[in-house]
Design a protein around this ligand. Structure first.
Ligand SMILES: NC(=O)c1ccc[n+]([C@@H]2O[C@H](COP(=O)([O-])OP(=O)(O)OC[C@H]3O[C@@H](n4cnc5c(N)ncnc54)[C@H](OP(=O)(O)O)[C@@H]3O)[C@@H](O)[C@H]2O)c1
Length: 256
């Protein structure tokens, strides 16, 4: 296996966890970032079992200093960074007319600014490795609704940010793309359904079952399916893929 190092944020749970474990088959080392040290420790075991050296970095990525720490620790331990996967996100799923400035700021501080700062801090290392970056958007950005306006707005900003980095990346030899998943069954999706269920006069169990057909898809996505796409996007086979925003949503978005 070539010496190559990936940094995965949001690696303790859901899509980030599945991605870190999948990338262990392709990269020689993976830095795992999220707040929960215990959950990251468990993911680290799986990464090691998958063939890569893990580095647990338990930090709060909404702290402006955290990306510096993450890049510094990764370079100190492994000496290079080949891929950044900006997956961490926890934008509050609160209705437009109820959401406070603090809640807006908290959501954007982590998902938008955390990812932006990490990518900037890692840029020189990525230039040296001619590496790649992926940002995580979401299908709410393509069909904004008042019930989840912050999710839609933040994800739309992420797509635009990825495009701006990609433009610079053409000059610097770094590929940058974003992914737009539809509903993937994770802790975050369950918390979405807990809010969606009473608004639609259903129990949470009913909502879990009915939601896919309500939005015109056959089933929820699995974190491992998004992980597979992300793994391709940071692989040598995808080197000419840059400035793209790739949807993987089971057909949720009906427009072209
Ligand atoms: N699931 C979906 O249907 C869906 C659809 C479209 C887009 N997405 C996007 O995909 C990404 C992952 O979502 P998911 O469904 O896998 O969510 P999840 O299961 O809730 O995982 C979120 C991850 O972000 C980390 N995180 C949260 N706050 C953090 C902080 N302040 N600092 C560092 N890490 C933090 C969490 O770890 P700790 O709690 O340990 O910090 C966890 O690892 C998110 O950006 C989400 O918006 C998800």
């Amino acid at each position: 296996m070539r010496a190559s190092v990936a940094v995965v944020t949001g690696a303790s749970q859901g899509i980030g966890r599945a991605t870190a474990i999948r990338l262990a088959r392709e990269f020689s080392a993976i830095a795992l970032a999220a707040r929960s040290a215990a959950a990251l420790g468990e993911v680290a075991e799986a990464v090691r079992a998958g063939g890569a050296e893990p580095l647990v970095c338990d930090l709060d990525l909404s702290d402006p200093g955290a990306p510096n720490t993450l890049v510094g620790r990764t370079l100190e331990r492994f000496g290079r960074i080949d891929a950044i996967l900006n997956i961490a996100g926890a934008v509050p799923q609160i209705a437009l007319f109820e959401m406070t400035d603090e809640q807006w700021n908290a959501g954007m501080e982590l998902k938008l600014h955390g990812a932006r700062r990490l990518t900037i801090r890692a840029w020189n290392a990525l230039k040296r490795s001619q590496g790649s970056v992926v940002f995580m958007s979401g299908s709410a950005s393509l069909d904004p609704k008042p019930a989840f306006a912050a999710v839609a707005a933040t994800n739309a900003a992420i797509t635009a940010l990825a495009k701006a980095f990609a433009e610079q990346g053409i000059k610097d030899g770094i590929q940058v793309n974003s992914v737009v998943p539809g509903p993937v069954m994770t802790r975050r999706r369950r918390s979405f359904l807990e809010k969606w269920a009473p608004e639609h006069g259903m129990s949470v169990e009913e909502a879990m079952e009915r939601f896919p057909q309500e939005i015109g898809i056959s089933r929820y996505g699995r974190p491992e399916e998004i992980a597979e796409l992300l793994s391709f996007m940071v692989s040598p086979a995808a080197k000419w893929l840059t400035g793209a925003s790739l949807r993987m949503d089971g057909g949720e978005v009906k427009g072209i």
